[in-house]
Unconditional design. Structure first.
Length: 426
């Protein structure tokens, strides 16, 4: 289909026309597919090394602590650098920043397959973390101007879902490649896959919007947007109450969700004497609940505009389900079901959160705001790992679930405050 016909399809869906359920225009499908593929790889690369830790430990004669340092350098650095990268996205355009980051992270992962010393692995982990910092600010900047508002909730949910899917696929994919060949080939093939996706993005660069001021100032559905000068922008915008509250929400959300992802298996085994298989099944159910909640909320968000209500309901469900393992001792199957519902709540809050953040962003500031607020998620996960590890070492597994529920309630309070402090159109 030609670009002209695709543009016509979009223009027919202006505010006065009701055709939201028609098939997505080809141009938007390309946009969402390419951006989601990059986000998939972002999460895949973030967890590519842990399944290989035993092999890397034997290869280089290093400790698990040293391997953990490489992961900390990747995750924490990549998370914090998102904030300044957001400014680059808004100044240089999201496309070129995304291409640079994907190229950097894919090349770093590929070169890890050739290292001969641990220090080389550590340097490449730092470079990979820098490359990983571009995805959230660049992706949201592109999606916000390339997808019709009537489909943006679903687009955000597919984008988020693709990232979680990438993380879930890592253990199977990377270990399968390593068993068929070796760990070096597994990393090389993973890196080459990223370069192939980069080539596809470069080929269809025309569908990745946000490169010009006109892109940033004209939403896909033609709805009016706040004009520059009517609201704070740049650094002043980042220091406004709504943005700071969304940053706090992401910190607390990272603590609520990250603790369960990392310690559900160990906590259930210590608290209820579950076998490792059953405890792992509960974690798997939780992960499936997260991705299911993401997709479900994406559909709801496009049909029900009161996103703060959807977000509040999701966090209430997450808190109620997360606290139950610490208060009751049901059978194993019931525990699995409880963890599924906990995951649904934690997943369902993400699409409405993204739409709530987008609603307060004036033209030209999408990259910096999303980059800034997503720093909170990395900070939250990093902080909770130490806290929950200390709780398990102190034989307090029930506190893992109690605190996860408490952080979920605090997240609910914070996102509610963010909604109440967001200026309304008069």
């Amino acid at each position: 289909m030609s670009d002209r016909s695709e543009t016509t399809n979009v223009s027919l869906e202006g505010p006065g026309n009701e055709a939201p359920e028609r098939a997505w225009p080809v141009r938007e499908r390309w946009t969402l597919g390419l951006i989601s593929a990059g986000h998939y790889l972002s999460h895949f690369y973030g967890l590519a090394l842990p399944p290989l830790f035993p092999l890397l430990k034997a290869e280089f004669g290093i400790s698990y602590m040293e391997l953990g340092l490489a992961m900390t350098a990747y995750a924490l650095l990549g998370g914090i650098v998102q904030a300044p990268v957001g400014f680059l996205v808004d100044r240089l355009g999201p496309r070129r920043v995304l291409f640079s980051g994907l190229g950097l992270i894919a090349t770093a992962i590929l070169l890890m397959g050739f290292v001969s010393h641990y220090w080389m692995l550590l340097v490449l982990a730092v470079l990979a973390g820098l490359g990983n910092s571009v995805f959230h600010p660049a992706d949201y900047a592109i999606l916000s101007v390339s997808i019709n508002n009537k489909r943006l909730g679903r687009a955000y949910s597919v984008h988020t879902f693709s990232g979680f899917l990438g993380g879930a696929c890592v253990p199977v994919a990377i270990l399968a490649l390593a068993s068929l060949t070796n760990w070096r080939t597994a990393l090389i093939v993973s890196g080459l896959t990223g370069l192939a996706v980069l080539a596809a993005m470069a080929w269809r660069h025309d569908v990745l919007g946000g490169e010009t001021q006109a892109d940033g100032r004209a939403p896909r559905d033609g709805a009016p947007r706040t004009q520059p000068g009517q609201a704070p922008s740049g650094l002043r915008l980042l220091l406004t109450a709504p943005v700071l509250l969304f940053l706090c929400f992401n910190i607390l959300y990272g603590m609520a969700s990250g603790g369960l992802l990392a310690f559900t298996v160990s906590a259930l085994m210590n608290l209820h004497g579950l076998s490792v298989d059953l405890a792992s099944a509960a974690l798997t159910g939780h992960l499936f609940g997260v991705v299911g909640g993401i997709l479900l909320a994406g559909i709801i968000a496009d049909r029900y505009p009161r996103h703060h209500v959807t977000a509040a309901g999701a966090m209430l469900l997450a808190a109620a389900a997360s606290v139950l393992p610490a208060l009751v001792a049901p059978g194993g199957a019931v525990l699995v079901a409880i963890m599924v519902f906990s995951g649904i709540g934690l997943g369902a809050v993400l699409p409405p959160r993204d739409l709530m953040v987008r609603a307060l962003i004036p033209p030209g500031d999408t990259g910096k705001v999303f980059g800034f607020v997503f720093v909170g998620y990395s900070v939250g996960i990093s902080a909770v790992a130490v806290l929950f590890g200390w709780l398990l070492d102190g034989d307090m597994p029930g506190m893992v679930f109690l605190l996860s529920a408490a952080f979920a309630i605090l997240s609910l309070m914070t996102i509610t405050a963010a909604h109440l402090s967001t200026p309304r159109d008069k």
